[in-house]
Design a protein around this ligand. Structure first.
Ligand code: IPE
Ligand code: IPE
Ligand code: MG
Length: 240
């Protein structure tokens, strides 16, 4: 919390990951980009298990951005079919591991079949309590923030909300991540040092760790390494 004294939490409560570099991983091997996305699913499995082992409560994975819709149609189609396969394969895993699934993003833009599958797994895992895995799908932080602003403006225009009552807490409650604590640690793979429209509001005080490896090469050891780096940071939240 900004302004308050916090005991440094050894294990991040929430880890968010920008899973980048699938295409480059494939290119380096002379494979089609799709193979990079496919290989990335194994990294997701490893990271999910590692986070559970550490006692991380929330793991958010950036799987598809609002901007990714502008990729060639064949790639978008491949990504959607891999997402469906991932969801089908993962459903049992999530049950066995007691992991709850949530999703954020403009989900109504997903193909109806993909959305139905996603919804069914969210419902099926709703009571699981070991960890929450949040998939950011068709997600863009600016779109999320604009939607929150629109809902606040609509309530104010209807006389339901006093503009003076709009606080940071109220604003956050209108985001899709309401009830999810802000990420403590943000990891991006593939060495890129940018946020790419991911969780702009929520990462205000996240510690950022950039990993050179492409996402399909990211293993449990890399996750543990990132957490170790996080543990050596001094989080000040603007205070002394
Ligand atoms: C990340 O890998 C996965 C998605 C964005 C869907 P990329 O597909 O961005 O791979 P690079 O960055 O081109 O290597
Ligand atoms: C960010 O990666 C989105 C995801 C990982 C899903 P991109 O590859 O789309 O981002 P840019 O284009 O490098 O900024
Ligand atoms: Mg990329």
């Amino acid at each position: 919390m900004p302004g308050t004294v916090t005991k440094f939490p050894a294990i991040p409560r929430h880890i968010a990951i920008i899973m980048d570099g699938n295409g480059r991983w494939a290119k380096e091997r002379g494979l089609p980009r799709r193979e990079g996305h496919r290989a990335g699913a194994e990294s997701v499995r490893e990271v999910m298990e590692a986070c559970k082992e550490l006692g991380v409560e929330y793991l958010t994975l950036f799987a598809f951005s609002s901007e990714n819709w502008s990729r060639p149609e064949s790639e978008v189609r491949a990504l959607m079919s891999l997402l469906e396969r991932f969801l089908r394969d993962k459903a049992k895993d999530l049950d066995q591991q007691n992991v709850r699934l949530l999703a954020i993003g403009q989900l109504d833009r997903l193909p109806p079949k993909t959305l139905a599958l996603l919804d069914s797994i969210i419902v099926r895992t709703a009571r699981h309590s070991a960890m929450t895995m949040v998939l950011a799908l068709s997600y863009g932080a600016r779109e999320e923030i604009v939607a929150a602003a629109r809902s606040i403006a609509a309530d104010a225009a209807a006389g339901l909300l006093d503009p003076d009552a709009v606080t940071a807490e109220l604003f956050a409650s209108r985001l899709q991540t309401t009830r999810i604590p802000d990420p403590d640690l943000l990891i991006r793979t593939s060495g890129e040092m940018r946020i790419s429209n991911f969780l702009l509001w929520q990462i205000s005080y996240a510690e950022i760790v950039i990993v050179k490896k492409n996402w399909p090469d990211f293993r449990q050891a890399d996750l543990f390494e990132a957490v170790r780096e996080y543990q050596h940071r001094h989080r000040r939240f603007g205070a002394l």
